[in-house]
Design a protein around this ligand. Structure first.
Ligand code: 6PG
Length: 264
């Protein structure tokens, strides 16, 4: 599949970066975070992003609290949201916000009022409505009446889910609501998740996938358009889409020459 065919298959503004290891992938992710932040602040005076939970982003998150990223990032102009959250106490090891606090938020000078965890401790239906209101309040204060994030980081499960948008669930077809309550995943708990209408408005979307256990799903998502996996519904309407993966996750991809990042 040549580049043109690949672009057509995966969407015109899609690229794949294959890093040598999860550590290289984390560094590349932190670089993208910095680049997107500097660009957004330069153009709009603020940087609004949404992050995922799970293990894939954690090494990248930990790098943000260290040099050179700690000094490079415009923490005072950064507004941080989550694409999904498990409805658990923040102290629970499976809390996405709890993990982010441990990995970097407790060690960086971000403005506390600019950190927007999903309300996981209220009845989930109310939590979804409350978070949607919080998103509307933020985006209607800026020039974007729609929830147009500058950057969204996503992960992918072995079943092809992303955020907490799981195969076979009605949430995959949600067109109006920006945030919904679902139940599923591992751990199988109540969750709040942003929906595809929001995810697909981002200026830049970056999937992170590392490890051999993601090789099959990555091949399916990138090379089997008919697989109908939730992650394949991430098709940014105007923004760019980057698959940032390591070599193990890219193991089964049919053509990878020219896609290597740090191996260049
Ligand atoms: C969640 C995540 C979820 C995650 C994938 C991949 O809260 O569960 O947002 O979408 O990104 O399940 O998880 P790993 O990175 O742990 O493989």
């Amino acid at each position: 599949m040549d580049k043109a065919e690949k672009a057509a298959t995966m969407g015109a503004q899609t690229d794949i970066i294959i890093e040598a290891s999860a550590a290289h992938m984390a560094r590349r992710g932190a670089e993208i975070w910095c680049q997107s932040a500097q660009e957004s602040v330069g153009l709009r005076g603020r940087f609004a992003l949404a992050v995922s939970g799970g293990s894939s982003p954690r090494q990248m998150h930990r790098l943000l609290a260290e040099e050179p990223y700690l000094s490079r990032l415009p923490w005072d102009k950064m507004h941080l949201f989550w694409v999904d959250e498990r409805c658990l106490p923040v102290t629970h090891p499976d809390s996405n916000f709890g993990a982010a606090r441990k990995d970097f938020l407790d060690r960086v000078p971000i403005v506390p009022e600019h950190v927007h965890p999903m309300p996981g401790r209220v009845p989930p239906e109310q939590g979804a409505v409350r978070y949607e209101k919080e998103l509307k309040a933020f985006f209607q204060r800026t020039e974007d009446p729609l929830p147009c994030f500058d950057l969204i980081f996503l992960g992918i499960g072995q079943d092809g889910h992303t955020a907490s948008l799981f195969p076979g669930q009605a949430s995959l077809e949600e067109k109006e609501k920006w945030v919904v309550w679902v139940k599923g995943g591992n751990p199988c708990v109540d969750r709040l998740t942003m929906t595809f209408p929001v995810l697909n408005l981002a200026r830049r979307t970056v999937f992170l996938a590392s490890g051999r256990d993601k090789a099959e799903v990555l091949k399916a998502v990138l090379e089997s358009p008919k697989a109908q996996l939730p992650a394949q519904k991430v098709r940014p309407s105007k923004g760019s889409l980057t698959w940032l993966v390591d070599r193990e996750a890219a193991l089964l991809l049919s053509k990878t020459e020219g896609l290597y990042g740090s191996l260049r």
